[in-house]
Design a protein around this ligand. Structure first.
Ligand SMILES: Cc1ncc(COP(=O)(O)O)c(C=O)c1O
Length: 401
């Protein structure tokens, strides 16, 4: 799968593999105008491009975001609870290495991922080996070929060697959204053990709001909420946001100072005014969420048509920008299926790579791990349709042979 990068933008290939957000005209126009406004304002422009921010990130943006979150959801935070980074991939590198690996007392701690499959990007973010522990999920079968993963709390152990718990919500790769009861239970487990609960909210509320249920997000001082401007439409500007206790924010700011002096200013500068005016919220609620919600159901329609007669399940689409397809009894691995699809110029991600921290125990095999693929539906809908058709053809050929 390391070859995936070779195919990005290659003519003739249908890219349903990457994590790039969709290009939505209204969002592009908004950020074009925000950029033009910034260029017009000479003093602001000079300060944004000509000065380093504080190590914790652009102060005015952090203040605007703290006000927005406390007014919208009652979170008890100020700018001192917010650190910015150069993208949430950087945020996770900082956080995982802050809470796991070697401790001063000689102990070794891990990050607990309570439900695998989980985000592939965490996999190599640890500076020491064996940084993750994860657990198989419970699987609920739903009507209409859908299924849903849930945390298997009966088997979940939060031992003394766990330094933090982390979940992506909505989850990349599956589009799962842990429900409020699951979140509450995780939060209590973390609190009892006096370790943080890290929530990767890259797709969630309040922006970009690619989550298809309505609930107010919560934050408590033992939680570390990670957000990003990427799925709002600014992946090229590399802006991650971490909301945490003041102590953790100070430590993150020091890490920024060592690793990059200061995070970039441009992403925060383009979003700040829209946060204050409510426009970012409106775009998330009225443009971004409907865009993806419409598209996910169209994608599922294309897949259902192309997979007619095949034994398959689709994870219930609750958020994020992916459809997670499961072929029970697949006679080859998901990696091999990826290769067959790649030969037909359709790029997806093989599911078997989304299990950081879950040993593949030959004495206790779990075929499910090799039976799923992740399909992004962020591309142009005609490309998604063409890709879905080829997925159906390749899977049928395989099963027929
Ligand atoms: C769940 C999740 N977390 C984090 C990231 C990384 O986002 P960023 O662009 O802010 O580094 C992604 C990107 O696809 C993601 O899917």
């Amino acid at each position: 799968m390391d070859d995936l990068g070779e195919y990005v933008g290659k003519p003739g290939y249908t890219m349903l593999g990457g994590g790039n957000p969709a290009q939505i005209p209204e969002i592009e126009t908004y950020f074009q105008k925000a950029t033009a406004d910034l260029l017009e304002d000479e003093d602001r422009f000079r300060s944004i491009i000509g000065t380093y921010s504080a190590p914790g990130g652009e102060a005015e943006f952090r203040t605007a975001l703290a006000e927005f979150l406390s007014q919208s959801y009652g979170w008890p935070i100020t700018a001192d609870n917010i650190a910015l980074t150069n993208g949430s991939a950087t945020s996770f590198f900082y956080l995982f290495n802050m809470f796991a690996g070697e401790y001063e007392d000689g102990s070794h701690r891990k990050i607990l991922l309570p439900l695998a499959p989980e985000y592939i990007g965490y996999k190599d973010a640890g500076l020491s080996p064996n940084m993750f522990r994860s657990y198989r999920p419970e699987i609920s079968f739903l009507e209409d070929n859908f299924f849903k993963y849930r945390i298997d709390f009966a088997n979940l152990e939060v031992g003394a060697d766990i330094g933090a718990i982390c979940v992506s919500r909505p989850t990349n790769p599956t589009g799962n959204v842990l429900d409020a009861a699951e979140m509450e239970q995780l939060s209590r487990l973390a609190q009892d053990r006096q370790i943080p609960l890290i929530v990767d909210n890259a797709y969630g509320l309040p922006f970009p709001n690619i989550i298809f249920s309505d609930e107010a997000p919560t934050w408590e001082p033992h939680m570390i909420m990670c957000m990003s401007l990427s799925k709002l439409g600014l992946p090229g500007l590399r802006t991650g946001i971490i909301i945490a206790s003041e102590t953790i924010v100070r430590r993150l700011s020091s890490m920024n100072a060592v690793i990059s002096l200061a995070p970039g200013n441009l992403g925060p500068a383009l979003v700040r005014n829209g946060l204050k005016s409510g426009e970012i919220r409106r775009l998330s609620d009225d443009v971004i969420r409907p865009h993806y919600e419409n598209k996910v159901w169209k994608t599922i329609g294309f897949l259902k048509e192309s997979l007619e007669g095949v034994n398959y399940h689709i994870h219930k689409p609750e958020g994020a920008i992916f459809v997670w397809l499961w072929f029970p009894g697949l006679p080859i691995t998901s990696q091999q299926l990826y290769e067959k699809l790649r030969d037909r110029k359709v790029l997806v991600i093989p599911g078997e790579h989304f299990y950081p921290g879950l040993p593949d125990d030959p004495n206790d095999p779990w075929p499910h791990r090799y039976e799923c693929i992740r399909v992004s539906y962020a591309a142009d809908i005609e490309d998604v349709k063409a890709g879905a058709k080829i997925i159906g053809e390749v899977v049928k050929e395989l099963l027929d042979s």
